[in-house]
Design a protein around this ligand. Structure first.
Ligand SMILES: C[S@@+](CC[C@H](N)C(=O)[O-])C[C@H]1O[C@@H](n2cnc3c(N)ncnc32)[C@H](O)[C@@H]1O
Length: 244
C-alpha cells in the first residue's frame, strides 16, 4: 500500500485498538495519521451515495440489536426527554460525558463490541445507557419506530483507510441515508482529513447540512481522541443538522 504521509507511516498503520503506547516512537510534532492508498476523496462517492439513497438499505436485524432496541423502547415509555445517540461509543466514555453535559436528555451509547462496552468506567450520571448493538440496523429500528433524535454523535468510527474499503466507511455504507431520517444535530469526528471531507460531501447529498473544520479538544471526549491528541495529530469534525 502506498503511503501519502511520512516514512514513519510504514510502521504506524491503523490498528483499530486503543493502546497505552504509541505504535511509533516519533515525536508528537511529526505525528502521522494512517496508511492509505487514497490521495483525496473517493472519486465515485456521489454515485455510490445516490445509489444507496435510491435503493433503501435493509438487512435482518441481529438478535442482540433487536434486544437492545427493545430495552431502549422500555426506557422511553417512562422517559420522554430528548434522545441523544452516541454511535460507535466504544467504552462509553463519550456517552457518560455527553450525559453530564445534557442532564435534561437521555443519552444512549451503542457499540457492537461487548468487550469494549465491558471496559466502561461508570459515571454518576443517571441519564445514560450503553447497549450492545450494530449501529446500522439500530438506526433503522429508530426510524421505523418514528423515534427522532435531539443529536447524534459519531466519534472516530473505524476509518477503513484502503480505497477498496470505502463501502465500509459510514458514508460508503448502504445504511448511510438512514442517518438523515433520524433528525437532529450530527457531529462526526476523525483524525483523517480525507474522511472528514468525504463525510461532508456525502452528507450534503442526503439532506444533512453542515461544515467540516479542524478543532482542538478542550477535554478529550473519547480514548481515541486522547490517543490521537497525545500523538500531536490534527483532529477534524463535521457538524451538521438533519433536515427532515
Ligand atoms: C475506532 S473505535 C472508536 C470508539 C470510540 N468512539 C472512541 O473514540 O474511543 C470504533 C468503534 O466502533 C465499533 N463499531 C464498528 N463497527 C460498528 C457497527 N457497525 N456497529 C456498532 N459499533 C461498531 C467498534 O466496536 C469500536 O468500538
Amino acid at each position: 500500500m502506498l503511503s501519502v504521509w511520512t516514512r514513519q507511516d510504514q510502521v504506524a498503520g491503523y490498528d483499530g485498538k486503543v493502546t497505552n503506547t504509541p505504535q511509533t516512537n516519533q515525536p508528537a510534532q511529526a505525528a502521522t495519521v494512517l496508511s492509505t492508498d487514497q490521495l483525496g476523496p473517493y472519486p465515485d462517492l456521489a454515485k455510490i451515495v445516490l445509489r444507496h439513497q435510491d435503493n433503501p438499505w435493509r438487512k435482518p436485524c441481529p438478535a442482540h440489536t433487536r434486544d437492545a432496541f427493545e430495552q431502549l423502547q422500555k426506557r422511553l415509555k417512562g422517559d420522554n426527554r430528548p434522545l441523544i445517540l452516541d454511535s460507535f461509543c466504544g467504552t462509553g466514555m463519550s456517552t457518560a460525558l455527553i450525559a453530564v453535559a445534557h442532564p435534561d436528555a437521555l443519552v444512549v451509547g451503542i457499540d457492537q463490541s461487548p468487550h469494549r462496552l465491558a471496559k466502561h468506567q461508570p459515571s454518576d450520571a443517571q441519564n445514560y445507557l450503553l447497549l450492545r448493538a450494530e449501529a446500522e440496523p439500530f438506526w433503522l429500528c429508530l426510524v421505523e419506530a418514528g423515534i427522532t433524535l435531539h443529536s447524534h454523535w459519531l466519534l472516530y468510527p473505524n476509518p477503513w483507510p484502503k480505497t477498496s474499503q470505502f463501502k465500509r466507511r459510514v458514508h460508503g455504507h448502504g445504511a448511510f441515508p438512514v442517518l438523515s431520517r433520524m433528525g437532529g444535530a450530527l457531529e462526526l469526528r476523525t483524525n483523517w482529513e480525507i474522511y472528514a471531507q468525504e463525510f461532508a460531501q456525502a452528507t450534503g447529498l442526503i439532506g444533512i447540512h453542515g461544515q467540516t473544520a479542524s478543532f482542538t479538544p478542550n477535554t478529550p471526549m473519547t480514548l481515541f481522541e486522547q490517543k490521537y491528541w497525545d500523538r500531536g495529530q490534527k483532529l477534524w469534525r463535521f457538524r451538521g443538522k438533519c433536515v427532515i
